[in-house]
Design a protein around this ligand. Structure first.
Ligand code: ATP
Ligand code: MG
Length: 343
């Protein structure tokens, strides 16, 4: 079986973007691939964060994975920091990563500009090296990535090739290794629809956990009234009718796209249904569709959260599965880089 890995940061509330851009697709992938889904808590500390919240958010994110349909009998679900190999490989890879590659990363530029120079830790710059470790440790064949992560995956691929060239092949064989490549070079898996859900308050920026206003997103755990309120107040326009793909109407495109995804209808069906609607008729329709879809997930979430033994067991087993694979990659890279083997 080909392998797929992916994760979400426990940096805030999981929203529709994370759901349609990541978690919902995992549920289909787990039936086809060997899958590892983790909560990337080590990534969550790259910007200032609340120590009182990290552990809670990690647990809650894990419960959301399961509530959304990730099945621990098919996928390994675990917490990134529970598998030490991630950080270890990161150091080894750092030595081989040109700093110029990291300086070019758009997300670094954006996030560092927002945070201000004094607030920016080195980890914000080296974050993509940790992400590369997350992927390369497991010899992943595919990585599902939203638009925002494409550049980081490209860097991961470049880094894998660089390490393979520098340390793999004959040189590794001379050190007693198997020779050949150390890392598999992973391919991106871009989800067909829902690759980019936009903010409710600005159709040109993506829906994001870290956006300051909660009005800008629908969270998976938002109660009914809050969903209704957010949709009521979300940004719209004054064009007649509703449509997809009009670049002058980013908010409209986003809202009808969300409606299409959440209702499971085809684009044509949504065009038929909504093209002559005004916002006053569409908004309640969208609100109801969101509530209907999210309610069962919220019920399952509460069940999972109230059974801590179950969740802890799932995460412990997931971490053991992951560590087995990760340790074998780590042994290879230490050997290929010429380290003295521990007896
Ligand atoms: P943060 O603001 O803290 O970076 P985020 O909302 O961008 O949070 P991440 O944890 O960075 O979420 O990303 C988790 C996954 O969700 C990634 O696979 C990412 O591509 C996907 N994702 C994030 N935001 C969106 C979005 N608006 N639309 C589609 N997919 C998204
Ligand atoms: Mg992000």
């Amino acid at each position: 079986k080909k392998r797929v890995v992916s994760g979400v940061q426990p940096t805030g509330s999981i929203h529709l973007g994370n759901y349609f851009g990541a978690i919902k697709n995992w549920v289909a992938l787990q039936n086809v691939y060997d899958t590892l889904f983790f909560i990337v808590d080590l990534h969550a500390i790259t910007l200032p964060y609340d120590t009182q919240q990290l552990s809670k958010a990690t647990r809650s994110t894990a419960a959301i994975y399961l509530a959304c349909g990730v099945d621990p009998s098919k996928a390994s679900v675990f917490v990134q920091s529970h598998v030490r190999a991630h950080v270890e490989l990161m150091w080894l890879l750092s030595s081989t990563t040109p700093i110029g590659w990291l300086n070019k990363m758009i997300q670094f530029k954006e996030k560092s500009r927002k945070a201000g120079d004094e607030e920016v830790g080195v980890a914000l710059l080296t974050y993509p090296v940790l992400m590369a470790s997350d992927i390369l440790l497991y010899q992943s064949d595919f990585v599902p990535v939203g638009e925002d992560q494409k550049q980081h995956l490209e860097l991961t691929r470049d880094l894998a090739e660089r390490v393979n060239n520098l340390y793999g092949g004959r040189k590794w064989k001379k050190l007693g290794g198997r020779g050949g490549t150390i890392f598999k070079v992973p391919e991106p898996l871009i989800p067909p629809a829902g690759a980019r859900i936009m903010s409710l308050t600005d159709g040109l920026s993506k829906m994001s956990k870290s956006a300051p206003s909660d009005q800008s997103r629908i969270n998976i755990l938002d109660p009914k009234d809050l969903i209704a309120n957010k949709i009521k107040r979300c940004k719209t326009d004054s064009f007649p009718g509703l449509e997809f793909d009009n670049s002058e109407r980013p908010e409209c495109n986003n809202l009808v796209s969300i409606y299409q995804l959440i209702s499971g209808k085809t684009k044509e069906e949504v065009v038929q249904e909504c093209q002559n609607m005004n916002w006053g008729t569409f908004k309640p329709l969208l609100t109801d569709a969101l509530i209907d879809h999210l309610h069962p997930i919220q019920v399952r979430y509460e069940e999972i959260m109230s059974d801590s033994g179950y969740l802890d067991g799932v995460l412990a087993q997931g971490a053991r599965n992951a560590a087995d694979i990760a340790d074998s990659t780590l042994n290879n890279i230490y050997q290929a880089m010429g380290f003295f083997k521990r007896q």
